[in-house]
Design a protein around this ligand. Structure first.
Ligand SMILES: Cc1ncc(COP(=O)(O)O)c(C=O)c1O
Ligand SMILES: N[C@@H](CCOP(=O)(O)O)C(=O)O
Length: 462
């Protein structure tokens, strides 16, 4: 399998080179040159497998440059850190299926990919005798998951930018209480969009990227998306076993469009997804795009689901590549137009194609609180506010002809304030969070300026 850029100037990369490149050197995002397709029989067989074996089967279709035994070993080690034997269990509650993606070390879906990516980086750096300085941006969850993926690992330093004062108290503590010498937390005076744009600018300076061997942990990195494809197959297998369904909906709380794009890849591979339900909070550029073709950037608004407080969704570029019939010149032009004008227009035929894959809803603060409260009253199950956004959209949009799986992207204990507003008490804390407030912390506050971040990285790089 070879990888190429959405903008067409980088081609023919191996999987390992694509992982190490992170952001494509032409500023685009890397994608496989073709998407492997599965027969219904293949899908059925995958649905019977335990999580690590399923992950190996899915990865093997995209990775042909790591020996099978080594790939298996990387996968098995990555999912041993999860506290649930099924890794990503599916539970049936109040008419929907909840795909629990929060049983990893930092209690969010990011662990599913970042436990693997941390081990993969370690493996590749050892093989190449190289070192790496990871530079990533987070709205709250990628940061700690990436830090836990690489903390204490040799030949890797990690620099994570989070928006100062705009992540939940637990999210901040999960990052800043990791004081291993290879971990650097930077609280940026700005939004997640500012942090993501700084990261992309730093990667776009190819001399800087090469001098400091920059590595990407955001969903910029194809390996992140690939690891997230697996649980769509897993959930379908579990729900099909229970219901005999032939099609399924997935409802995905969406910010940077990485998680739902993984579902789109699963659909292109042949998973019978009736529609992907794209659920946003008030930062709703993506749901406006699906519903009205209105892809115009707004101001980042603070909400009860802070990890989705994103306007410029990185992976949208990967989707545009397919929407534009795999024409990289059109993608490059559109990204340039969007940079200048802050909006894109779509033809009727394109909007019709979007509608074949996606449904969408914007869910506001009041609706988020009501959903957590009503779901808890009906079932005793506590949703985190991001998951609640997806559950609300699922209930509003999924037709009764196929079951709906809601991706539970974080544990409610990460967002205690929102949960308290909804049910009058805080959720139970998992053991990993006990005493987190009392641990030593390390973090620097920094201006939202690319040069300031580059200077900091240069002073602390390996
Ligand atoms: C808890 C949680 N839910 C949902 C999302 C949205 O996922 P994505 O950015 O892949 O769209 C995020 C951030 O990525 C998140 O941290
Ligand atoms: N919500 C994310 C934002 C970054 O998304 P990523 O999937 O590109 O890493 C976060 O928690 O940081």
């Amino acid at each position: 399998m070879r990888y190429h850029s959405t903008r067409g100037k980088v081609r023919g990369l191996s999987f390992k080179d694509a992982v190490m490149m992170g952001l494509a050197d032409d500023g685009g995002l890397l994608l496989p040159e073709s998407i492997p397709t599965l027969t219904p029989g293949d899908v059925e067989a995958l649905g019977q497998l335990a999580y690590p074996e399923l992950a190996f089967q899915v990865f093997s279709r995209f990775v042909d440059d790591i020996p099978a035994a080594n790939l298996k070993n990387l996968i098995e080690r990555s999912y041993q850190s999860f506290t649930h034997p099924e890794v990503t269990p599916v539970v049936h509650q109040d008419g929907v299926y909840i795909l629990e993606l929060f049983h990893g070390p930092t209690l969010a879906f990011k662990d599913v990919a970042l436990q693997f990516l941390g081990n993969l980086f370690e493996y590749l750096l050892k093989e190449r005798g190289e070192k790496m300085n990871i530079l990533g941006a987070t709205s709250g969850d990628t940061g700690s998951a990436a830090i836990y993926g690489v903390r204490g690992k040799q030949n890797i330093n990690i620099f994570i930018l989070h928006p100062h004062g705009r992540v939940s108290p637990i999210q901040e503590l999960q990052m800043t209480t990791v004081t291993d010498p290879n971990v650097f937390n930077l609280a940026v005076r700005g939004t997640f969009d500012d942090g993501q744009s700084i990261v992309k600018e730093a990667f776009g300076d190819l001399e800087f990227k090469s001098r400091y061997s920059l590595g990407a942990v955001n969903s910029i990195n194809w390996a992140r998306v690939l690891a997230q494809v697996v649980y769509y197959f897993y959930a379908y297998g579990r729900v099909r076993r229970e219901t005999g369904c032939r099609e399924i909906y997935f409802s995905v709380p969406t910010g940077n469009f990485g998680d739902i794009f993984a579902g789109y890849i699963a659909k292109r591979m042949g998973l019978p997804i009736r529609r992907l339900i794209l659920a946003t909070n008030e930062n709703n550029i993506l749901s406006r795009f699906v519903r009205d073709g209105d892809y115009s950037v707004g101001q980042v608004t603070e909400t009860l689901s802070p990890s989705m407080d994103i306007q410029v969704a990185s992976n949208f570029e990967r989707y545009l590549f397919y929407l534009y019939q795999q024409n990289p010149d059109r993608v490059a032009q559109a990204m340039e137009d969007f940079r200048k004008q802050g909006r894109l227009e779509f033809a009727d035929a394109e909007r019709a194609r979007v509608g074949e894959d996606f449904l969408a809803l914007t869910v506001n603060k009041t609706q988020t609180v009501e959903t957590i409260r009503d779901f808890h009253a009906a079932t005793g199950y506590v949703l985190d506010p991001h998951t609640a956004v997806g559950v609300k959209a699922a209930k509003a949009l999924a037709g009764g002809e196929a079951p709906v799986v809601c991706l539970a992207t974080a544990h409610p204990a990460k967002f205690a304030d929102a949960v308290r507003q909804a049910i009058g008490r805080e959720p139970q804390r998992p053991a990993s969070l006990e005493g987190i407030e009392d641990r030593p912390k390390r973090c620097e506050v920094i201006e939202a300026e690319t040069q300031a971040v580059k200077d900091y990285l240069a002073q602390n790089a390996l």
